[in-house]
Write a protein that binds this ligand. Structure first.
Ligand SMILES: Nc1ncnc2c1ncn2[C@@H]1O[C@H](COP(=O)(O)OP(=O)(O)O)[C@@H](O)[C@H]1O
Ligand SMILES: [Mg+2]
Length: 426
């Protein structure tokens, strides 16, 4: 196994202007902060990227998200120099890619990066394995080695059984898997994926997302993933970068994007999303405040649980013994028992700090605090049902408030690039 270099993609103050004189007045105007539309009116040049800065860490799935025309494809194409930049720097593992030319550029692309596009672009008259091995063949790798590499790549996407099939014999999802295998065949550190799943049906798309996350876990690739779909971005991204008009609006974890949308543009996306899926328990839970019991009687404990829905009882070591509620004390004392052990509930709900609120939604419906346990089974917090519901409601309200403000007439859904956003910001 080859030792991997630390991988990182970094865009630093990157501008891309399309037109006859990209470095001319249009660039100056963009740098002076003139909006994209105005630059276009004034100069007939299109500002594709406007001072874009982001860095992708090794082993990360970094998603660039935005409406059509926001500059996502332009950004990803600067990374393998399918596009030259007008200004700024693009570093891949510390190498200034934009300075590479000819053979050196080809070599660099081949070694470092695999690319997957929206359209499968498979050769119809080549078998699956030949399609997968195509890039290696172009590089002059001998048949045996390239077919071995292709088989490994096909196995990693679960298609080794179809190696000898032809694209027309495969479903759309399987064809896109071949596209992914083709990108993996040369075992690159980095995968560049531009709307790779956007043409797939929702169910197949979900499956592909799952598979890709699994592959990423197993092979530790660094993935720069482009999508116009926030649900997809939040589902697969370790971090999400939201773009608009060639500029970066916000970079954050899925949770940050949802709970603290930087502006109405982001909030517009956010309101379509199922919030509970990405907010984690750790950010909503209450710090653990267990009853550490020696030999108190149930009646002595009663005041300490009366005003709450329940409290966890732990050993001195933090191991949960059970959940105690005022109701449990009543029940036990009716039965003439003063023993704590008789009153404790042991069928309490439990979760972990990195679980999502949605995963705890059903448990929250029971109305009792949920125990939040760490990997060692120690109580680190409690999740109150009311907090789960309040948090889900809060984010929903926030999103619809901002969306309503962005749309003074209050009717219909805001269209892509809707003009109300700027007004809403003031
Ligand atoms: N080759 C090109 N010539 C002129 N304008 C372009 C070219 N490629 C992209 N653009 C413009 O640059 C902007 C960003 O495009 P793109 O990166 O393709 O957006 P996205 O991938 O987010 O849909 C758009 O306004 C688009 O029209
Ligand atoms: Mg695009």
């Amino acid at each position: 196994m080859v030792r991997r270099l630390p991988v990182e993609i970094e865009l630093k103050h990157v501008y891309k202007v399309f037109g006859d004189q990209p470095s001319g007045r249009a660039l100056d105007l963009a740098k002076a902060g003139v909006p994209k539309d105005d630059v276009q009116t004034m100069t007939d040049h299109v500002v594709g990227l406007n001072d874009v800065n982001f860095s992708v860490q090794q082993g990360e799935i970094f998603v660039v998200m935005g409406l059509s025309g926001s500059g996502k494809s332009t950004a990803i194409r600067t990374v393998n120099k399918l596009f030259t930049v007008t200004d700024g720097e693009v570093l891949v593992e510390g190498t200034d890619v934009q300075k590479l030319e000819g053979r050196a550029l080809q070599e660099f692309r081949r070694q470092k990066m695999g690319m997957v596009f929206q359209h499968f672009a498979l050769f119809p008259h080549r078998s699956v394995i030949e399609n997968t091995a195509y890039g290696l063949e172009v590089q002059g790798m001998d048949r045996k080695n390239r077919e071995d590499a292709a088989m490994r790549a096909l196995a990693s996407v679960g298609l080794d059984r179809f190696a000898l099939s032809y694209p027309s014999e495969l479903s759309g999802g399987m064809q896109q898997r071949v596209g992914l295998a083709r990108a993996l065949a040369a075992d690159p550190d980095i995968l560049l994926m531009d709307e790779a799943f956007s043409a797939l049906d929702p169910l197949i798309r979900r499956q592909m997302q799952d598979d890709m996350m699994e592959i990423q876990q197993r092979l530790q690739k660094t993935i720069l993933f482009i999508t116009h779909d926030l649900n997809e971005a939040l589902r697969i991204g370790d971090r999400v970068c939201v773009m608009k008009d060639g500029a970066v609006i916000q970079i954050g974890t899925p949770e940050e994007i949802l709970t603290q949308p930087a502006d109405a543009y982001v909030a517009d996306f956010v309101q379509d999303v199922d919030q509970g899926r990405v907010i984690d328990v750790g950010s909503v839970m209450t710090a653990a405040d267990p009853l550490v019991v020696e030999d108190e009687s149930l009646e002595q404990l009663r005041p300490r649980v009366e005003s709450v829905s329940g409290r966890y009882v732990t050993s001195r070591q933090g191991r949960v013994l059970g959940l105690l509620t005022a109701e449990d004390i009543d029940r036990a004392s009716k039965m003439g028992s003063t023993f704590l052990r008789r009153a404790l509930r042991r069928d309490y709900d439990r979760t972990t700090p990195d679980a999502t609120l949605n995963e705890n939604y059903a448990a929250a419906g029971r109305g009792l605090p949920i125990a939040v346990l760490d990997d060692d089974g120690k109580l680190v917090g409690t999740l109150e049902p009311t907090d789960v519901l309040a948090e889900l409601g809060r984010v929903e309200d926030l999103a619809s408030e901002i969306a309503a403000a962005a749309e003074p007439d209050g009717g219909g859904s805001p269209g892509p690039g809707g003009s109300g956003h700027e007004e809403a910001m003031v």
